[in-house]
Ligand binder design. Structure first.
Ligand code: NAD
Length: 250
């Protein structure tokens, strides 16, 4: 449980769901963790929980759709811990549901700003620090909807396909500089992103799309993120890893 000893890891959207589990697992594996979120209460609660178990963690309020916030998040990480070894660009929203021909422009902008631009802004300020250090690992949170379409979710689908593309572009540019960049593609996962917005009946319909017969758990996604962040995946870069109970295989 000390695969990330002496590492400093940053996690966006760490106040809930997958990001929370990633931050906790990073800390349990010895990393000092910088948690960021727009939800101050949620983010602070997760950071407090990590510290109460003897882990190192700070919370920084930061909006991934703001380039200034993303730059400041990296500078605060360096001010506190002097280095940045791992970044999990995870923050995201589900967005409004409507067919593409009726999708409201402001809804499109909001999803693209957070789910796609947010990942670019994150990497834009993380990569130069890692390049200077000559090493680093980035894990971007895509989705199965980074590989296929889904009715009613054009902005989300486009943003997640974009995250996969950004991941590949950065991996081609930075792998020879000691920086690995990968994307994770979860199927539908039981987190507030779903449970807050969907009825039991809608959740059941999603279960039916996963041949494994259930939705995923955020802890299961965190295990994949940990592996991609650790030296055990040292030859893995530029890849997109579905974790989806055979959703895409179907
Ligand atoms: P969640 O709602 O539980 O957590 C998302 C967190 O991101 C929240 O704490 C929220 O406050 C934060 N956030 C939202 N907008 C932000 C912003 N602008 N800046 C900073 N933080 C912000 O959701 P989750 O399911 O844990 O989702 C995490 C990631 O996983 C997202 O990118 C999502 O698209 C992706 N994902 C989720 C599922 C799923 O079914 N739950 C499936 C595939 C991919």
């Amino acid at each position: 449980m000390d695969q990330l000893k002496n590492k400093v890891a940053l996690v966006t959207g760490a106040g809930s769901g997958i990001g929370k589990c990633v931050a906790e697992l990073y800390a349990a594996n010895g990393a000092a963790v910088v948690l960021s979120d727009i939800d101050e209460k949620g983010g602070n609660a997760v950071a407090d929980g990590i510290r109460s178990k003897g882990g190192k963690a700070i919370f920084v309020k930061s909006d991934t759709s703001s380039p200034a916030d993303c730059e400041q998040l990296v500078s605060k990480t360096l001010a506190e811990f002097k280095q940045l070894d791992i970044a999990c660009n995870n923050a995201g929203i589900g967005g409004a549901a409507a067919p593409t021909g009726e999708y409201k422009l402001e809804d499109w902008q909001k999803v693209i700003n957070i789910n796609l631009n947010g990942v670019f802004y994150g990497m834009r300020y993380q990569l130069p620090v890692m390049e200077k250090a000559g090493s680093g690992v980035i894990v971007n949170m895509a989705s199965i909807l980074g590989a296929v379409g889904f009715a009613g979710s054009c902005a989300y689908v486009a943003a997640k396909h974009g995250v996969v593309g950004l991941t590949q572009a950065a991996a081609v540019e930075y792998s020879a500089k000691g920086i690995r960049v990968n994307a994770v593609g979860p199927g539908f996962i039981e987190t507030p992103l779903l449970t807050k917005h969907l009825s039991q009946q809608e959740m059941q319909a999603l279960v039916g799309l996963h041949p494994i017969g259930r939705l995923g758990k955020p802890e299961e996604v965190a295990e994949l993120v940990l592996w991609l962040s650790s030296p055990q995946s040292s030859f893995v870069t530029g890849s997109y890893y579905p974790i989806d109970g055979a959703y895409l295989a179907r």
